[in-house]
Design a protein around this ligand. Structure first.
Ligand code: ZN
Length: 214
């Protein structure tokens, strides 16, 4: 059987080199089976993980297997737990930190960020014409269990439009039915964040219709 940690190691190195997991930032997880998942251990450099740099947790956050007794599960494990509980079809959950994600989270005071109706939205499974899609935004609470609880409560009542959420001043989390799809989602959403920032900086490219000069 393929060890899913190998996918997490290669995804982590990929994100590290894209500048999305600088230092020890971010955390990646993938299901080993229906009720356990491997997650990156806390404090590891994400550019050079090996098979011992993970902890196997159950969906309650209990350690099931730990290749190195010094390992501690990521501090943000409670977010992964709540995602796997809310979306049983999810097999991977990726969370990264980027300058762009942090900046776009400041473009609204609300609890959702409107996503531009651009072609790249198809990469998140949105195939409508002129889609009206927003990304759920959460406060960056110091208490991770409280943050996880707020995610559970919000998504229980209203399903997210895309398999992603953004924590203000912090970073994005995506989930998918495979590690490959989770990697794609991160690349797509980070592209969209860069687009939103550039759009905000170049208003002359987006004139109001009554301002268009022929
Ligand atoms: Zn984080």
């Amino acid at each position: 059987m393929i060890d899913i940690r190998k996918d997490l190691i290669s995804s982590s190195a990929h994100f590290y080199h894209l500048g999305l997991m600088r230092g020890t930032a971010g955390n990646l997880s993938a299901k080993k089976n229906i009720d356990t998942f491997w997650i990156t251990a806390s404090g590891k450099n994400k550019g050079s993980l090996d098979l011992n740099d993970f902890v196997l947790l159950d969906l309650d956050g209990n350690i099931v297997e730990n290749p190195d007794f010094k390992n501690r599960p990521s501090a943000e494990s409670s977010i992964h737990q709540v995602i796997y509980r809310l979306f049983p079809q999810a097999c991977a959950c990726y969370h990264v930190h980027s300058v762009e994600a942090t900046l776009v989270s400041r473009l609204t005071r609300g609890d959702s960020l409107m996503l531009p109706p651009i072609e790249m939205l198809k990469g998140l499974g949105i195939w409508q014409e002129k889609p009206n899609i927003s990304l759920a935004l959460f406060e960056n609470l110091l208490s991770l269990p409280t943050l996880a609880q707020s995610i559970a409560e919000r998504f229980k009542d209203s399903l997210p439009q895309v398999p992603a959420l953004l924590i203000k001043d912090h970073g994005v989390t995506v989930w998918a039915d495979s590690t490959q799809s989770a990697l794609t989602y991160i690349e797509v959403i980070e592209f969209i964040f860069r687009y939103i920032l550039l759009e905000a900086q170049t208003p002359s490219l987006f004139p109001r219709s009554d301002q268009v000069q022929m």
